[in-house]
Design a protein around this ligand. Structure first.
Ligand code: TRP
Length: 334
C-alpha cells in the first residue's frame, strides 16, 4: 500500500499528465463540447435496397471527408430493420435508451418510428418523400424541436409527362405501392389528380409487404397500359420481381427512383441519392457541432434527372425517343 504522500503525488502527477494531454489534443478532434467523449450516432434503415444503401454509404463517406470517422472520433451504430415495423420500434428504443448524440433515420418508416420515441435526441431523417404529410415536421423551413432532414420529393406529374413522351397511349395506369407507406401515398394522390386532368384511370395495386408484390403485379396484367410505382420501399425491395412479370407482359413500369430503373423499371424523373446522402452528412455535421436540429430547414433536392433502362425498352419492344435519350442523365443497360 502506498504511503499517503506518495499517493497524493501520484494523483497530482496523473492529473497533470491528463491535463497536458487534453490541452495538447490535436485540433483534428471535432467533438464540439471538449469533453473528449466520442459522439455516438445511431443509423436506422428500414430495409436493404440499393437506393437506401447508396444513401447510407454516401452519408458515412461524406462524414469521413468532413473529419468524422467511425471508430476514431465518432461511433456509428448501424441497424437494419429488415422491412419489419416491430424491429424498427426496438431499434429506435435502443438508440434512445443508449442516449446517442444523434439518430439518423433512413426512409420514412424509420423516421416515424424514431420520432415517436424521443423529443430530446436530435433526429436527422434522410430521403423522406413527404415529411409534412408523414407527420415528421409541421414546417419545412422551421421544423422546430429535435427533428430535421432531407427530402427526396418527386413529382408524379413530371414522371407521367415523361411516361407519355415514351409511351403516349396510356389510358389505364396501375398504381403499385404499399398504402401504409405515407411517402408513397402522397405521390399516388398526386398521380390521381394528374389522371383526372388527363383522362386516365388509376387501377389500384396495393401491397402490404414485398412478398405480395408478385401477386399484385400479376393481377394488374391485362388491366393496365402501364404501371406507376412511387418511391416505395416495399416495391423497391422487390423490383426484380416486378420487372420479370411486367417485361413478360410488355407493360412499361414508371418509377420514382433511379435504383428502381437500374433494377428494371423503364424510366423516372428523379433525384440523385448520392448527393442526398452528402447533404444529409452536411446537416449531421452542423448538429454534431452544436446546432439545434429544429433550427435547420428541411432540405429538398433540386436536381431532377431522367433515368432510363434500355434493356427494359428492348424487352417490352418500345423505342426510346431520341430527344428523351438525349435528355437522360443516365441510361442503364445496352
Ligand atoms: N423516399 C423513401 C421514403 O420516404 C425512401 C427512399 C429513398 C426510397 N430512395 C428510395 C424508396 C428508392 C424506394 C426507392 O421512405
Amino acid at each position: 500500500m502506498k504511503k499517503p504522500l506518495a499517493a497524493l503525488i501520484s494523483v497530482i502527477m496523473t492529473m497533470t499528465l491528463m491535463f497536458s494531454l487534453t490541452a495538447c489534443a490535436p485540433s483534428k478532434a471535432v467533438n464540439s463540447d471538449n469533453s473528449g467523449a466520442k459522439k455516438k450516432i445511431g443509423i436506422v434503415q428500414i430495409v436493404e435496397h440499393p437506393s437506401l444503401n447508396t444513401i447510407r454509404e454516401s452519408l458515412i463517406k461524406e462524414l469521413q471527408v468532413k473529419g468524422y470517422k467511425d471508430g476514431e472520433n465518432i461511433t456509428i451504430d448501424y441497424q437494419n430493420a429488415q422491412g419489419d415495423q416491430s424491429n424498427l420500434k426496438t431499434i429506435a428504443q435502443k438508440f434512445v435508451s443508449n442516449k446517442y448524440d444523434l439518430i439518423v433515420a433512413i426512409a420514412t418508416p424509420s423516421a416515424q418510428a424514431v420520432v415517436s420515441e424521443t423529443k430530446d435526441i436530435p433526429i436527422l431523417f434522410s430521403a423522406c418523400t413527404d415529411p409534412l404529410g408523414s407527420g415528421l415536421v409541421t414546417n419545412m423551413d422551421k421544423p422546430n424541436g429535435n427533428v430535421t432532414g432531407t427530402s427526396d420529393a418527386v413529382s408524379a406529374e413530371k414522371i407521367m409527362d415523361l411516361a407519355k413522351r415514351i409511351t403516349p397511349d396510356i389510358k389505364r395506369i396501375g398504381a403499385l405501392y404499399n398504402a401504409s407507406e405515407t411517402n408513397s401515398v402522397s405521390v399516388i394522390n398526386n398521380l390521381k389528380d394528374y389522371a383526372k386532368k388527363n383522362n386516365m384511370t388509376v387501377v389500384e395495386g396495393t401491397v402490404t409487404n414485398s412478398s405480395d408484390v408478385q401477386q399484385t403485379v400479376t393481377s394488374l396484367v391485362g388491366k393496365v397500359d402501364a404501371i406507376f410505382s412511387p418511391i416505395d420501399n416495399t416495391v423497391a425491395s422487390a423490383m426484380p420481381v416486378v420487372t420479370q412479370i411486367a417485361n413478360k407482359a410488355k407493360i412499361p413500369v414508371y418509377v420514382g427512383a433511379d435504383s428502381m430503373v437500374k433494377d428494371g423499371g423503364l424510366a423516372t424523373y428523379g433525384i440523385n441519392y448520392d448527393v442526398l446522402g452528402k447533404e444529409t452528412a452536411n446537416m449531421a455535421v452542423e448538429i454534431l457541432k452544436g446546432k439545434k436540429a429544429g433550427d435547420l430547414p428541411v432540405k429538398t433536392m433540386k436536381d431532377m434527372n431522367i433515368y432510363l433502362n434500355k434493356d427494359t425498352a428492348k424487352a417490352i419492344g418500345i423505342n426510346l425517343p431520341d430527344d428523351v435519350l438525349k435528355a437522360a442523365t443516365q441510361v442503364f443497360g445496352n
